[in-house]
Write a protein that binds this ligand. Structure first.
Ligand code: KMH
Ligand code: ZN
Length: 272
């Protein structure tokens, strides 16, 4: 098995300080959280940013400031979100890509998202893939539902994305594919030879999905974007606490962790 890549999704667009008082918001808070996650074993941070009042934004300048703060403290790979928050327009969502970060997400279809709709039309997928290629950014396909794998592979077939391919299964969003061992296995079986994958279980599924990925040879995403609890009824004290638990599980199962440079090599990313 490859060494384990842990991605820390520390901020997201939906979580608030009211529900998770330890949510990092400002560039300095996010950079400190990224450093703590790196020290706990993460090699990628999946990045959303907020204005000081906590409002989610895809503002280019806010991303620039936050990425600079993260990079000043650690060598963690920065993976910007192009999903942003539900309802944002494509041009708004694409702003951080123009900073040529090492990685960015690419959600592969439209999906119900709680009571809302996360809009990703076929044209939008091609537009986003084209922009990622233009700015030399490695995509991570975000898969919320099974049909999205076929959409991703269509992009590859049509030349919009080139291997090596990396997928992240986000399982358990209300309205999308539930998190279960059966669903995870099914998704992994759809992937072509050589593709890598990680899983982000939502809410209380974060931990069992992570443990499954460690044993199956996949990779893991944890953090407040998908889950704010350490265990039932107990809020996590930090994103790093969630990363550290996965690192301990991996150590028990003899799965060494990938450093950021080792993750770059696995994912085909040229270091900036
Ligand atoms: N906030 C969700 C609507 C991504 O980062 O690329 C979308 C999302 C996906 O978080
Ligand atoms: Zn996200």
């Amino acid at each position: 098995m490859d060494k384990l890549i842990i991605t820390a999704a520390m901020v997201g667009a939906e979580v608030t300080r009211e529900t998770q008082p330890n949510l990092p918001i400002t560039p300095d808070e996010i950079a400190a959280a990224a450093l703590a996650c790196r020290e706990a074993g993460a090699s990628i941070c999946h990045l959303h940013v907020r204005f000081d009042d906590g409002t989610p934004t895809q503002d280019r300048e806010r991303f620039r400031e936050t990425i600079a703060a993260i990079e000043a403290k650690s060598d963690i790979i920065v993976q910007v979100s192009t999903g942003g928050a539900v309802g944002m327009q494509p041009e708004e969502r694409l702003q951080p890509v123009t900073l040529s970060p090492e990685m960015a997400t690419l959600t592969c279809g439209t999906v119900n998202f709680g009571d809302e709709v996360f809009w990703n039309s076929p044209d939008l997928l091609k537009q986003f893939a084209t922009e990622l290629k233009r700015y030399g950014v490695r995509p991570e396909f975000e898969i919320f539902d099974a049909g999205m794998v076929a959409n991703a592979l269509n992009l590859v077939r049509q030349g919009f994305v080139e291997p090596p391919l990396h997928f992240d299964f986000v399982l358990g969003v209300p309205g999308a594919l539930p998190a279960s061992a059966k669903n995870l296995l099914y998704l992994t079986e759809l992937l072509p030879e050589g593709a890598t994958w990680s899983v982000a279980g939502v809410g209380r599924q974060q931990l069992p999905m992570a443990a499954l990925a460690v044993t199956l040879g996949g990779h893991v995403r944890v953090g407040f974007e998908d889950n704010i609890y350490y265990r039932k009824g107990e809020l996590a004290t930090s994103n790093a606490q969630l990363v550290a638990r996965v690192a301990r599980i991996a150590a028990e199962l003899d799965r060494p962790l990938a450093t950021p440079d080792e993750a770059r090599a696995l994912l085909g990313i040229q270091k900036r």
